[in-house]
Design a protein around this ligand. Structure first.
Ligand SMILES: [Zn+2]
Length: 257
């Protein structure tokens, strides 16, 4: 069994076809998926998704793109959901994104830190979104090494990956690893130890080869990510499946069964 540890089944590109998307994943051997809610309206759709499909689990947080749009108190108000819903496995995705579409860094940082505090109190792992912001995110996370975390859709350098690994992070690899010009991500994919690697789609974005630009991404295609990782790491897809499923279980806990 493969686990897609980061998908967006509630994205408008997948939502109308959600049941078929989930069933195609199961048929492809992707029998667990964690769907990520990025902001207030999306959170409710995530709750509906995992209540509907036993293979679907959830995580909710405020995405850095939306850090400037939430009302004061919103993060505190997320807390009861976690208490009531054991299938909400993590606080995520949250983090820092300095790439351009997001709020100012000064707005993003306190929203990120509030969510780390929430995760610590709830004793839940965190799914990190970090883009062009590794130095700042690493320095913030240095104070939260007790909070288990994955840097999802890793696109940093090998040196940044080593710093995250040294701080205890798991690293999530998406279909970017299959792209012709993504040599740096392939270098990272080769250096991650067996016990820190996760596979994900981040669908509906980032369709992997050989379906890139042909199909909207969906959890079934995490198989292509695992196949590419096996080739890069000189092992078999079955081994990638075994280690990434074990890692997801360790990070997200026994609820993910
Ligand atoms: Zn995402």
């Amino acid at each position: 069994m493969l686990i897609d540890t980061h998908c967006h089944l509630t994205d408008p590109a997948l939502l109308p076809d959600q049941a078929a998307v989930v069933h195609r994943a199961i048929a492809a051997g992707v029998q667990r998926m964690i769907t990520i809610g990025t902001g207030p309206e999306d959170h409710l759709r995530v709750l509906q998704a995992f209540r509907q499909y036993p293979q679907v689990y959830g995580a909710i947080a405020v995405h850095p793109h939306l850090a400037g749009e939430i009302t004061p108190g919103f993060i505190g108000n997320m807390r009861p959901f976690f208490g009531q819903e054991p299938r909400l496995l993590a606080v995520g995705e949250c983090g820092l994104d300095y790439h351009g579409r997001s709020a100012d860094a000064a707005v993003q940082r306190p929203v990120f830190i509030q969510q780390l505090e929430l995760a610590r109190q709830l004793k839940l792992p965190v799914i990190l979104h970090v883009r062009d912001a590794h130095a700042d995110a690493l320095s913030i996370m240095a104070d939260y090494t007790d909070v288990p975390h994955v840097v999802h859709c890793f696109t940093g350098t090998s040196e940044e990956a080593c710093r995250w690994l040294a701080q205890g992070a798991y690293v999530g690899i998406t279909g970017i690893v299959t792209y012709k010009n993504a040599e740096e991500v392939r270098a990272v994919a080769r250096l991650i130890p067996d016990d820190r690697l996760l596979v994900e789609t981040d669908c509906p974005y980032l369709s992997p080869e050989p379906v890139r630009k042909i199909k909207i991404n969906e959890p079934a295609f995490v198989v292509h990510v695992a196949t590419c990782l096996a080739a890069q790491r000189g092992t078999t897809p079955a081994h990638i499946e075994a280690i990434t499923t074990a890692n997801a279980g360790r990070l997200f806990g026994p609820q993910l069964k």
